[in-house]
Design a protein around this ligand. Sequence first.
Ligand SMILES: *[C@@H]1O[C@H](CO)[C@@H](O)[C@H](O)[C@H]1NC(C)=O
Ligand SMILES: *[C@@H]1O[C@H](CO)[C@@H](O)[C@H](O)[C@H]1NC(C)=O
Ligand SMILES: *[C@@H]1O[C@H](CO)[C@@H](O)[C@H](O)[C@H]1NC(C)=O
Length: 457
Amino acid sequence: MYLLISLILLSFLNVSFSQKVGKFSPEVHPPITWQECADDGSCKTMNGEIVIDANWRWVHSEQGTNCYTGNTWNPTLCPDDKTCAENCYLDGANYESVYGITTEDDSVRLNFITQSQGKNIGSRTFLMANSTNYQMFYVLGQEFSFDVDVSNLDCGLNGALYLVSMDSDGGIARFPSNEAGAQYGTGYCDAQCPRDLKFISGSANVEGWIPSSNNPNTGYGNHGSCCAEMDLWEANNMATALTPHPCDTSSQTVCESDSCGGATSSNRYGGLCDPDGCDYNPYRMGNTTFFGPGQTVDTKSVMTVVTQFITNDGTTTGTLKSIKRLYVQNGQVISQSESTVPGVAGNEITEDFCHNQKQVFGDKDSFTKHGGLAAMGDALKNGMVLVLSLWDDYLADMLWLDSNYPTTSPVTEPGVARGPCSTSSGTPTDVESKYPNAYVVYSNIKVGPINSTFKNN
Ligand SMILES: *[C@@H]1O[C@H](CO)[C@@H](O)[C@H](O)[C@H]1NC(C)=O
Ligand SMILES: *[C@@H]1O[C@H](CO)[C@@H](O)[C@H](O)[C@H]1NC(C)=O
Ligand SMILES: *[C@@H]1O[C@H](CO)[C@@H](O)[C@H](O)[C@H]1NC(C)=O
């Protein structure tokens, strides 16, 4: 009997729990509504919640000792990935006072800098269906629209709203050592296969961790977290881009060191995903007066942004053949500007557009290598999680979005000019000191059949 009890106890002790839930602060998700629309233009209100990504949270021992401080791990609590995950707890978030995140009815506001005990810089949040599961969006053959106020986002900032193929439960079912799940914002992945995540697939990412040379809060571990990414919106008040990034596999997949590819690996193109994507940035496609303060789409005021995912047969199960963009501002429907770049025609993202653009700009075509629009369509069909974020760029000063990039290429070379910001703008030091009060507001999120979400505005 005694032996049996010891064996049972031992077997329990051998179970590896990790990413446990801390009890210092309750986790209360700010509520937000959004709408699901039908063919006739009628829309049904859905009740959702906003959750902040686990990477922004306090991780600590059961007693409250930091597992991670600044950009380094506590070597006692975190000697390796497995032990660290067993020792460390994710805690609840004070959304408004620590992270500058507030919601009201159908809108969410993300502040850039929030000073409390520490200084918080930007945030990454997800839309949830309820307190334990992310909302899955199925937008193949459908359209997605939202309103955005970018008027307070200057050069170097990026208010991004996008879809990624995360697990709806944050990975709890696939990785039982993750106890926190979507409720605590776990399971992030994107097409850069980011290696700055502290926990991936139920393990910590401490092994091989190198603190960032210029970011006091981040570093890079041996593992990355890959999945398909559909950037509906990356923008500030000077430039904007719409960019599909397919991957060989659409669901969240862990990767190893340099084989992750992406921005933080020695071989950018060595991974499962397309880190570049096939972007439509009106400025880069030759129209420098389409988007900006006082331009055709005026970034001084709120705009509705509509993205349509058109399939070959018009169904929600067909092959993705085109991604279209429309804007609505002051009651006017405004089509995406037409490309004026010789050799690249049109104002929508199609296989032809991507192929021609890569060729004319002399960019590597990793988009086609990872399956192109068809692979992006498969990811959309399987359901994706909505990310709402605000960030500044410690790797490339956001010049790839709003300035000339690469900075070493002549500005006259096709594809180099992407926005009117100076090549010396966008350094995080500058952006954080000049625009501490920057913020973005996303609101009025609607999903439905093509043309159903904006005609009745
Ligand atoms: C939360 O939402 C998910 C996905 O829609 C659903 O499967 C689950 O049953 C819901 N849980 C609760 C407690 O409502
Ligand atoms: C830019 O786009 C606007 C709106 O589509 C159009 O009126 C204008 O002629 C375009 N400019 C160029 C240079 O193509
Ligand atoms: C959506 O509206 C546009 C412009 O009015 C039209 O060209 C297109 O055929 C419509 N698409 C569908 C699927 O109704």
